[in-house]
Design a binder for this molecule. Structure first.
Ligand code: CO8
Length: 260
């Protein structure tokens, strides 16, 4: 196991930190393998409820490693290794929060876009500068950015390559929390804890439906009904509704779904 992606755990919240500070945490092949291994590890670890992804030091991730991109062949583009890795993240079994300070550029922003929620700091800088390198954001960036901020804004960001400050990112909906750099980790943890207090199956099914690409109305409604039917027969529905009716806080900590 490479140590480029470090893992720390705190009460059911696993934080994965991409650590290649000399290259502003740009993701080379080793970092990608490390991230994939860590994701498999936390996915299979029943003690982990929520995953936070962040970067070491004063950068989130400054993109894919350009030294590698400079010699990549067409076949590698078709393989879409980084795209597949971020697909693993966007379809992840557990909720994910990106804690973004400093540079979130190219593949770094695409990494954040593949997470459920993005918390940014006032020193963050967001952008997809790929067109300036003669390529496109090919790790899911074109599609995910357009879904999150709208096609007009995504087109502007991608074909001009301009960078957004934390404030602009908040205004466009690219991030949903903006905090001072020294509050970044604590805020991401608070967001993760908030998710942790909710019904785990409800969160999972809501994420599952939300993460689907554009669906026709009838299909989307059908997904909702099936998910709701499942939840109506779940122990967490009993706990959540009885807690409200008995004027207490719901406690889902005993609710477990056997994965075997
Ligand atoms: N790749 C490789 N090295 C990098 C990268 C990178 N993406 N970013 C920074 N570095 C290195 C620099 O080369 C430099 O190395 P050295 O010290 O050996 O010269 C070191 O990190 C520090 O960088 P700077 O001196 O430039 O530091 P600054 O603080 O002045 O600037 C920036 C930091 C703004 C982050 C600047 O380094 C920069 O612009 N980096 C490139 C950002 C970029 O263009 N990212 C997009 C890359 S393309 C991409 O991600 C495509 C993904 C989709 C394709 C999927 C295919 C798999």
């Amino acid at each position: 196991m490479t140590d480029i992606v470090k893992r720390t755990d705190d009460n059911g919240i696993a934080t994965l930190t991409i650590s290649r500070p000399k290259a502003r945490n740009a993701m080379n092949a080793e970092a990608r393998v490390g991230l994939r291994q860590r994701l498999e590890e936390v996915r299979d670890d029943d003690s982990v409820d929520v995953v936070i992804i962040t970067g070491d030091g004063d950068s989130f991730v400054a993109g894919a490693d350009i030294n590698e991109l400079a010699v990549r062949k067409a076949g590698a583009g078709l393989d879409g290794e980084m795209q597949k890795l971020f697909d693993v993240l966007s379809n992840f079994d557990k909720p994910t929060v990106a804690a973004v300070g400093g540079y979130a550029l190219g593949g770094g922003l695409e990494l954040a876009l593949a997470c459920d929620i993005r918390v940014g700091s006032t020193n963050a800088l967001f952008g997809l500068p790929e067109t300036g390198l003669g390529i496109i954001p090919g790790a899911g960036g074109t599609h995910r950015l357009a879904r999150i901020v709208g096609t007009g804004m995504a087109t502007d960001i991608i074909i001009t390559g301009r960078k957004l400050s934390g404030e602009e990112a908040l205004n466009t909906g690219l991030i949903t929390y903006l905090v001072e750099p020294d509050e970044l980790a604590a805020t991401a943890t608070k967001v993760a804890q908030r998710i942790q207090r909710k019904g785990p199956l409800a969160v999972r099914l809501a994420r599952e439906i939300l993460s689907k690409g554009p669906l026709d109305h009838a299909t989307a409604m059908s997904f909702e009904r099936v998910a709701q039917a499942l939840l109506y027969s779940s122990p967490e529905r009993d706990e959540g509704t009885s807690a409200f009716l008995n004027k207490r806080h719901a406690d889902f900590s005993e609710v477990r779904y056997d994965r075997n």
